[in-house]
Design a protein around this ligand. Structure first.
Ligand code: ADP
Ligand code: MG
Length: 356
């Protein structure tokens, strides 16, 4: 078992609270992501798992054993460094074997482990090549092989593909997810890219200033963000969040330009959140004849056709809203449209930003 547990772990650097009372469990064989903006404490958490940093407070357990006083070498977790960290003058084979040679593992054992990881990572045919002759994906595999050759209980990656261009990043993350599933090992992965986190993680933790704000499966957090902070962190375009007022029939925002008829809306709500894909946009003329005619008037401010979908920025009173529409609807700037949203899709946030 290689589950990794933090119990109320705090880490300070001088006056900086890098990690603040973090508690979480990464399950055995899980692909677990830490996601947050720069300086939110992601790398510090990884370094404490590795044992390169000691917590000031709290307990860390790996496979059920407390490891606070266990040295990095004895923790049996391996950091996968970025592609670039491969030794350029060594073949892929020598790169992979390096951690074992360094530990003076017997030659026969090295050959056995090399054969094993090469087969798992499909790199047998490229072992003779130096890193410069490998593709980005192949280099990634070699870097993972070098970490796995030690047969760690878990492996860690700190923003490993942020240096790659967008297309290669997409390819690499698909690859990583497949490799992790095939290997069946615990992987802790750090990223500041929301799309990457959502696409690879079984579960993720969202960080803000050293604090874990929410833990869950990506879809679960997306659908039920615990706070307006988390709601803003996931989704592109970002969730529309507007100050709101409760009234007899429901909720008003943008000086009444937006109304949600929801008598069950929580009384403490001071903000509403609308996902761009939950906003329905119709030509104003259709709305007047439509049964119920529930849409509110809005003016099209700008239209961004992105191929498969279109982002429409709407002006409703003083507020700007972004709606995500499928395909390339015939909507022009300055047109009047009717906008609506199912009450069940509206998010409500209270005074402290917490979801209600
Ligand atoms: P992230 O990986 O999310 O960008 P870090 O874990 O690197 O965040 O940093 C968290 C906070 O701790 C930041 O405020 C950072 O400046 C501080 N910090 C990290 N490492 C050190 C260090 N070695 N010395 C002093 N402050 C540090
Ligand atoms: Mg970092």
């Amino acid at each position: 078992m290689a589950d990794i547990v933090f119990r109320n772990v705090t880490k300070r650097y001088g006056g900086t609270l890098a990690v603040d009372d973090a508690s979480f469990t990464v399950n055995d064989n899980e692909f677990f992501c830490f996601f947050g903006p720069p300086l939110s404490g992601k790398s510090t958490i990884l370094r404490m798992v590795l044992g390169l940093e000691q917590p000031d407070d709290g307990e860390i357990l790996i496979g059920g054993k407390p490891v606070n006083s266990v040295s990095p070498a004895e923790r049996n977790v391996a950091m996968v460094f970025q592609n670039l960290a491969l030794f350029p003058h060594m073949s892929a084979r020598d790169n992979v074997c390096f951690p074992l040679v360094e530990r003076k593992v017997a030659e026969a054992e090295i050959e056995k482990r090399l054969a094993d990881v090469s087969q798992k990572l499909h790199i047998g045919h490229i072992l003779h090549k130096p890193p410069a002759q490998l593709s980005g994906g192949e280099r990634q595999r070699v870097a993972i092989a070098r970490a796995l050759v030690r047969d760690p209980a878990a492996y860690l990656m700190d923003d490993p593909i942020s240096a790659l261009d967008a297309r290669l990043r997409e390819e690499t993350r698909v690859e990583l997810k497949r490799i992790q599933r095939e290997l069946g090992k615990t992987l802790i992965y750090v990223t500041h890219d929301q799309e990457e986190a959502m696409s690879v993680a079984d579960r993720m933790a969202i960080l803000e200033n050293g604090r874990i704000r929410q833990i869950g499966a990506p879809a679960e957090i997306y659908d039920r963000p615990a706070s307006s902070y988390v709601a803003r962190m996931l989704g592109s375009p970002m969730m529309n969040i507007l100050p709101s007022v409760r009234d007899a029939s429901g909720v008003r925002a943008a000086e009444g330009a937006i109304r949600i008829a929801d008598a069950t809306a929580p009384a403490e709500a001071i903000e509403i959140g609308l996902r761009p894909e939950d906003i329905k946009v119709q030509p104003w003329a259709d709305n007047e004849t439509a049964e119920g005619g529930a849409g509110r008037p809005a003016r099209v401010f700008e239209v961004e056709p992105l191929g498969g979908y279109t982002v429409v920025t709407l002006a409703a009173g003083q507020a700007r809203l972004r709606a995500l529409l499928r395909g390339q609807p015939d909507i022009r700037p300055d047109a009047m449209v009717a906008i609506s949203c199912e009450p069940a899709k509206v998010h409500y946030f209270g005074q402290d930003g917490g979801a209600l």
